[in-house]
Design a protein around this ligand. Structure first.
Ligand code: ADP
Ligand code: ADP
Length: 237
């Protein structure tokens, strides 16, 4: 069974004002992501990539079609069942989205606090996560004291806190320089290899896909125009 199965999914946004046009952001997309894949979705700005990610983690309802995670149709879930599925999905973002008034430790602890993990257990888990991303010496620093790459590694630690089976990365390296991008991609590869997490990477950068994704879907105007093994989809010299 695929880990994530997207079947003929369409997302139309209602017009923002009366008489405005409906935007079909995702248009009849079908994709299968296998457990343990690093799956890339590439396309220009406006192609519908972010929308697709928000549909996968249930942040937006689909207009049509279905999305199954581990065989469970998540498009029909709500309330506690939806929250449970979303706990199994970690997210990282282009702008890291760390809380600037909280220390690194507190940022990583945040999702564990939300689910009510006891304090001592939380502390041990956060230490372990910071070790995994190589930032144990920054536990008491604030986000602004860290480089962009370090901040994204904190974002990854936070995303892994609840031991998700899936990690969604939305333009996770787009704010970073090439060197730091490598550092973050290496970490994502380790998350996949060592923790067995299925990763969906969305990006407009070919290099990112070429470096990390074993499979890729190319999106244009809401549609998947090509997909397959990265090796087959990308040309080679
Ligand atoms: P990408 O991530 O590839 O840049 P998006 O999914 O952000 O693409 O956007 C796809 C299309 O949907 C764009 O035309 C965008 O303007 C539109 N869109 C995105 N979010 C919304 C929204 N909340 N309301 C209306 N239109 C939106
Ligand atoms: P074990 O089953 O012996 O815990 P694992 O290889 O599954 O071995 O886990 C090793 C460590 O990695 C554990 O401390 C666990 O908390 C952490 N870990 C495992 N899976 C994930 C995940 N999906 N996200 C974050 N951390 C994880």
């Amino acid at each position: 069974m695929p880990h994530i199965s997207i079947t003929d999914v369409t997302k139309a946004y209602a017009p923002r004002r009366r008489g405005g046009a409906t935007v079909v952001a995702v248009d009849g997309v079908s994709l299968e992501v296998e457990r343990g894949d690093v799956f890339g979705v590439i396309g220009y700005s406006g192609a519908g990539k972010s929308t697709l990610v928000r549909l996968i983690n249930g942040l937006e309802p689909v207009t049509q079609g279905s999305i199954q995670i581990d065989g469970v149709d998540v498009t029909s879930l709500s309330g506690a069942r939806l929250r449970e599925v979303r706990q199994g999905i970690g997210m990282i973002f282009q702008r890291f989205n760390l809380l600037r008034s909280r220390t690194i430790r507190a940022n990583v602890a945040y999702p564990l606090e939300v689910v009510g993990m006891p304090r001592d257990q939380r502390r041990a888990r956060v230490d372990e996560l910071l070790r995994f991303v190589g930032l144990e010496d920054k536990a008491d620093a604030y986000p602004e004291q860290l480089s962009g790459g370090q901040q994204q590694r904190v974002g990854i630690a936070r995303a892994l806190a609840a031991e998700p089976a899936i990690l969604l990365a939305d333009e996770a390296t787009s704010a970073l320089d090439p060197e730091t991008t490598d550092e973050v991609l290496d970490l994502l590869a380790r998350v996949n290899r060592e923790l067995g997490v299925t990763i969906v990477v969305i990006t407009h950068e070919m290099d990112v896909i070429a470096r990390i994704a074993t499979k890729v879907a190319v999106m244009e105007q809401g549609r998947v125009v090509e997909s397959g093994a990265t090796y087959d989809v990308f040309t080679r010299p």
